[in-house]
Design a protein around this ligand. Sequence first.
Ligand SMILES: Nc1ncnc2c1ncn2[C@@H]1O[C@H](COP(=O)(O)OP(=O)(O)O)[C@@H](O)[C@H]1O
Ligand SMILES: [Mg+2]
Length: 377
Amino acid sequence: MAVARLITQNFRNLQGNTIDFNSKLNFFIGDNGSGKSSLLEALFFLGHGKSFRTTKVESLVCYHQCKFVLSVKDDKNCQLGLSKELDTGNTLIKIDGQRRHRLSDLAKNIAIQIITPESFKLFFGGPKERRRFVDLGMFHVKHQFSDQWREFSRVLKQRNACIRNKVDDATLTYWTDLLCQHSQNVSILRREYTENLFTELKQWLNILLPSVNENISVQFTQGWPLKKELCQVYLDNKEKELQFGYSLYGAHKFDVKFMLSKQPLESHLSRGQQKLFLLALTFAQSSLMARVKRIKPILLIDDIGAELDENSRATLSTAIERLNCQVIVTAIEKSVIYPLIQQRSVEEYNMFHVKHGEVLPAKWNPADSDNVSEKVQ
Ligand SMILES: Nc1ncnc2c1ncn2[C@@H]1O[C@H](COP(=O)(O)OP(=O)(O)O)[C@@H](O)[C@H]1O
Ligand SMILES: [Mg+2]
């Protein structure tokens, strides 16, 4: 799907906006603090039922207001609505006027991926973010994953409680065996998905970062030593797990690392290159999602000027063209987006100005080109 219209009411500083999107490219230009990231946050919230910046709902409701309301209409006229009340904490979700109770009902309908200036630090910073990234793709591409993951999480919780409460051996063995089975199931799916993702990644690196494509490899860690049976690992580490009070091994500990000539990728690449790598990976994931054909992913890129020089923005433009999904970009300066619009007709993108929480349609004026460097023109 593509977002055709977004309505915001009292979401951060976006008090009341109705925004009509282009099905391909959309640009939001505005000063620091104008509300650009909040706008992406609103779209992200509709796709994930949470923010990418905070876990506190009270931060999302406009100051002195008691609730926020978000709604989107897609290009097939399907309507998703979400409101969140501060006092009660209640969330009201509606899809085409029908009340829904689970946030995952939203996530099934809209696949939002985001890249912010912090994304690459988080991604290269630790396994948690990498797990989150891969599992989002799994959710949309491998449909059995949600059920398997839910079941795995339930069993993990039970086993952790058993370890914490130091239950009898028979009970612990029961939950350990179940966790072994579920870890295996999840791991098989994840490995398969990671292999597909890596193949796809190489296509996108060809466009965005060809210099690293030759020597790149992926290291998949399943969450326990590769050559050992998980049940044996649990047996060998029984005392250690009792000390820690939770399951130290299993599918929840999986990781996927990218290596360049057998070294961690991030130790070789500049920050700009790391960002391009992450863009290539996100494009790869989006292509896999789009291939499943249930939904079309929507890509949000916050502050496109951060870390990316003009050439990188020009190659990014080529990649966006190839991806053929809806892309929503924010920038502080209008001139920054020139490499992305110079080859496009005005029908292919919408542009907006964001000012003090107000989003207004804008246009590229010939005079704007005066601020663009010679190289890009
Ligand atoms: N709950 C809120 N209510 C009203 N304004 C808010 C709230 N939370 C943050 N803001 C303000 O909203 C503005 C927009 O922030 P942000 O979207 O991050 O700006 P940008 O990405 O354009 O730099 C900031 O000035 C911030 O102080
Ligand atoms: Mg911002």
